[in-house]
Design a protein around this ligand. Structure first.
Ligand code: GLC
Length: 426
């Protein structure tokens, strides 16, 4: 019985990836997100890998085909325009072919490339060799353009770069952004998803003001990192880059790229020490940091648990994170809510202010497993399995009821099912 149910879900997950496949790249979901998104594609590649190894690599290759000369990889690639989305290429005006946005997203691609290689072996060496220089160039771009403090951490210049668009962490830094010159605009997302599951109008005004600032300086990334209106060291991007540098190092060694391997080792050591800067002892977690105001942002979010994935934190810091997980698991039916359930800003259905995201669970679980917490890792997998089996392939889920939130037929949720969340042994 269980196998039959699972097979049906397998079929549905496959059908979602196939329906969202535009021939070489995959949209996160039709309607709401009609282009190629950066970290979505990395997760989606893992889903494709369960039935088509070539297609998995192609997803990452297509993303990296939109890389700029300086190594930057955009958060959206507009392979073709679609009037159903705002803000589209005519708002970003990056003057690129293909058209792209002017900000980036969490660099999970190198980790995915390592996992694909490990699953496929020698046969995948060609792809690794082809992708390595591009991944390295992207990581170097982060190291050179976004490590403002020189500690191996990652500066985000727009909430959308973090992938956690309306996380409560960004409220304070966003409130300082001047919105007096925001051009008139019309949102398209609210035609597709309930307003109470999406970022607010005030959020959107500020997103647009930050975008316009970048556009007005012709997407000069160094100037944006120096003077932009939103400058936050993001715990999510920092932990993901640290982990991705480790995975890229494995690929460098595999290819015999010893000079690059040395370089990556130095970057890893720097970040391993530097991440201590983000520890907030009052919260008992690694937290993001507002560089404009010079203050830690005291929020425990699902990204704080990515410390395990990064291989960061002392034994006592890890113990405090596990204690949080324990506490939260007593209050939320499903782990891991994107904001601490005990925080006054917790909102179980509003996007990154409460809902559970399958791909975050996957990264956190992987880190927990590697750090010696297999029971917690299995708990996260099981919760994700139950959510998907009970509700379908949503963008995210209410941690209290399991209700699906945001878009439906979502690519990365389908991919996470195929790659990780479904029970393997039947
Ligand atoms: C939203 C999410 C972001 C994701 C994008 C496409 O902006 O916050 O993480 O990449 O949608 O799915």
């Amino acid at each position: 019985m269980k196998a039959a149910v699972t097979n049906d879900l397998d079929r549905r997950a496959l059908a979602i990836l196939k329906a969202n496949d535009q021939g070489g790249y995959t949209v996160p979901t039709h309607g709401l997100y009609p282009f190629q998104w950066n970290w979505d594609s990395a997760f989606v590649a893992l889903g494709f890998a369960s039935f088509d190894a070539e297609r998995a690599w192609r997803e990452i290759e297509t993303l990296l085909a939109a890389q700029w000369e300086d190594g930057f990889v955009p958060h959206i690639v507009f392979w073709k325009d679609d009037s159903g989305y705002f803000p589209g290429p005519s708002v970003w005006r990056t003057r690129r072919h293909p058209a792209t946005s002017g900000i980036t997203q969490p660099p999970v691609a190198a980790s995915v490339a390592r996992w694909l290689y490990e699953a496929q072996g020698e046969a995948a060496l060609v792809q690794v060799r082809r992708l390595f220089p591009k991944l390295l160039a992207w990581h170097r771009w982060f190291h050179e353009c976004r490590d403002t403090l020189g500690k191996g951490l990652v500066l985000a210049t727009h909430p959308w770069e973090t992938g956690r668009d309306n996380s409560a962490e960004w409220d304070r830094p966003m409130s300082a952004v001047d919105i007096s010159r925001v051009e008139p605009y019309e949102r398209r997302d609210l035609m597709k998803v309930d307003a109470d599951m999406r970022p607010t109008k005030e959020n959107y005004d500020r997103y647009l003001a930050i975008l316009q600032w970048g556009r007005d300086c012709a997407w000069d990334h160094r100037a944006i990192a120096r003077e932009g209106p939103f400058r936050v060291v993001d715990i999510g991007m920092t932990t993901i880059l640290l982990r991705a540098d480790r995975d890229l190092l494995v690929l460098a060694e595999l290819l015999g790229e010893m000079e690059h391997a040395d370089y990556l080792r130095k970057r890893i050591s720097l970040a391993e020490a530097g991440i201590a800067f983000l520890w907030n002892d009052d919260v008992g977690a690694f937290c993001s940091y507002d560089l404009v105001a010079g203050q830690s942002l005291p929020y425990l979010t699902s990204a704080s648990f990515l410390a395990f994935f990064a291989g960061a934190g002392s034994a006592s810091e890890r113990a405090r994170l596990i204690a949080h997980l324990e506490r939260i698991s007593g209050k939320a039916r499903y782990l891991v809510p994107s904001l601490d359930v005990d925080h006054p800003d917790f909102d179980p259905i509003r996007y990154w202010r409460g809902p559970v995201w399958a791909m975050v669970n996957f990264l956190v679980a992987r880190g927990l497993m590697e750090a010696g917490y297999p029971d917690w890792a299995e708990r996260l997998r099981r919760d994700t399995e139950t959510l998907i089996a009970g509700t379908g392939f949503f963008e995210a889920y209410c941690p209290l009821t399991g209700r699906g939130t945001g878009g439906d037929a979502f690519s990365w949720t389908a991919a996470m099912w195929l790659h990780w969340a479904r029970e393997k042994n039947q």
